[in-house]
Design a protein around this ligand. Structure first.
Ligand SMILES: [Zn+2]
Length: 332
């Protein structure tokens, strides 16, 4: 696996300058939505810090870079959460604090990567409290990189001592180019279909091509959009029936549907710049826009945001979906 990072040139430039000036930041938060390459960027930063050329970016050729590419570098420690995404502090976080006192095996730094801290809903605060001392006064060789979808999960005391880097979407052309170079035996039309669903989010596009969870969420969101265009309560209920009993799918479907509605609202307000649209179903957004008034669009968007929050708040899924179907039928 290569060390390239697609897009995100501002973050890469910052890393390069820090290293060239010998002022490497030792605690870093990388935040941004799923699929935008947070772990890839964390790996790139680790490779840049450890590269024997040490000129701001990984050379891709030295012994250190080769080990990073093979996932065998002894001075990069990828901290593991349990199957539910929670970090068990005694199993995975306290050992970091103990290990941080030990010098690196062969590089100038030892890099601890703690991915998806926001998924660790039960222990995110405990994890940060344990790491705080290490982040406040790190030994000269310690680097900690944490990732999360949103910066909100981090304690203010942690944020104030770390460098925050946000990852963003790449252009659809860059995304298409990346897919051409990193996928095999797929036609241009298959790649274009993935880009129209995942837009500038490479992780989403790859997931779509692999018919992974994102693919299912897109199909469900498109079905819900088509049902909303018909303004038929039964069709809406039937579309939501497909996500019944599957909380992650239901949440992703409603989030993606929210993006379609957001695009429809923008269309209604006369915002015609295609580059600003975000949803996986541009055609659906246009259909919604032409079937709803501006105030109906806005009301629909509020309803969708409200229900995304309810699903996150661990409501009974079946009851929430039924209530959502009823509210949607009223909103359209
Ligand atoms: Zn190198």
């Amino acid at each position: 696996m290569g060390l390239d990072v697609c897009g995100n040139s501002t973050a890469l430039e910052l890393i390069r300058k820090m290293i060239q000036k010998g002022r490497e930041q030792r605690s870093i938060i990388i935040h941004g939505e799923k699929g935008l390459g947070k772990k890839q960027l964390a790996r790139y930063i680790a490779a840049s810090y450890l590269c024997s050329r040490h000129d701001g970016e990984p050379c891709g050729k030295c012994r250190s870079c080769t080990m990073v590419m093979h996932g065998t570098h002894p001075d990069i420690i990828n901290v593991q959460a349990n199957a539910n995404g929670n970090y068990i502090v005694d199993d995975s976080i306290r050992p970091i604090v103990a290990d941080s006192a030990v010098m690196p095996n062969e590089s100038r730094y030892k890099v601890y990567i703690i991915p998806d801290l926001d998924r660790s809903v039960n222990t995110a605060v405990a994890v940060q409290n344990i790491l705080l001392k290490l982040i406040e006064e790190p030994p000269a060789h310690v680097v900690i990189i944490m990732t999360a979808r949103s910066k909100e999960i981090f304690l203010p005391t942690i944020v104030s001592r770390t460098l925050s880097l946000s990852v963003s979407c790449v252009s659809e052309q860059e995304c298409m180019q990346y897919l051409r170079e990193n996928t095999e035996q797929l036609s241009e039309s298959q790649l274009a279909e993935a880009v129209s669903a995942g837009r500038g989010n490479i992780g989403r596009c790859l997931s779509y091509l692999e018919k992974d969870s994102f693919y299912d969420s897109v199909q469900a969101a498109r079905a819900l959009c088509d049902a909303s265009v018909t303004r038929d309560g039964y069709s809406i209920l039937a579309a939501l029936h497909g996500v019944e009993g599957k909380k992650a799918l239901a949440r992703d479907c409603i989030t993606l549907f929210g993006e379609i509605v957001r695009d429809a609202c923008a269309d209604r307000l006369g915002e015609t710049d295609e580059k600003l649209s975000v949803s996986c179903y541009a055609q659906g957004a246009r259909k919604l826009c032409s079937s709803l008034s501006a105030s109906e669009c806005a009301r629909l968007y509020d309803t969708v945001c409200d229900y995304t929050g309810r699903i996150d708040a661990n409501c009974n899924l079946s009851l929430t979906l039924n209530s959502f179907a009823a509210k949607l039928s009223q909103a359209v």
